[in-house]
Design a protein around this ligand. Structure first.
Ligand code: MN
Length: 196
């Protein structure tokens, strides 16, 4: 039987310390993401989704309100793989010029991203996306994902409490700062801009 399998993280589980602890990475990837994968594989068994790749499961289930649970688990797998791939250890990467231009400077870009992430009430993600030829910062709630809204994701930050609670407790703004100042893999962002 076809099954969705766990994606690897492109660095060691202790690579993002002190900004994100090994315990958080192990819990986040090894428990939270693993649960979404187990749930999805159970939910799609003997359904039309069983033989679809993950991106197709997301797109098809997004159009079927009865399949909300399938959508939620599938989109969470995608959102998390994107999140973990968007970070790096001791990043020496440069913010792409087109983003600096679009947002009127690196500090403005980071400020808009931080304000958006800090203002997200409840669980969700803050994303840098390309919407047509425009760069935007948006929030999505719960498992929602820009790829079902015709937007191209460039970067995301998981602001569900499980992403930061062990390290930052209630201080989400500190987690957002640590991410923006130390963890963003801007080379990953630049690659995503190039890939149309
Ligand atoms: Mn998460």
């Amino acid at each position: 039987m076809f099954a969705i399998t766990q994606f690897p993280i492109p660095y060691a589980t202790d690579a993002l310390t002190p900004y994100i602890s090994q315990e958080t990475i192990e819990t986040h990837h090894g428990k939270h993401v693993a649960t979404y994968i187990n749930n999805l594989n159970k939910l799609i068994e003997n359904t039309q989704y069983e033989s679809m790749p993950l991106l197709e499961i997301i797109q098809v289930s997004a159009t079927n309100p009865d399949d909300k649970k399938i959508f939620n688990n599938a989109a969470q797998i995608y959102n998390h793989e994107f999140f973990f791939n968007g970070m790096c250890n001791k990043c020496n990467t440069q913010i792409p010029d087109e983003l600096i231009k679009a947002f009127g400077g690196a500090e403005n870009l980071k400020k808009q991203f931080k304000d958006s992430a800090a203002a997200l009430f409840g669980s969700g993600y803050t994303w840098l996306v390309q919407d047509g030829d425009e760069f935007k910062i948006i929030n999505t709630k719960d498992a929602d994902t820009p790829i079902v809204h015709n937007m191209k994701p460039l970067l995301n930050l998981d602001v569900w409490e499980h992403a930061y609670y062990l390290d930052y407790k209630n201080k989400r703004p500190d987690f957002i700062d640590a991410f923006l100042e130390n963890l963003v893999n801007w080379d990953f962002v630049a690659e995503n801009i190039k890939n149309n």
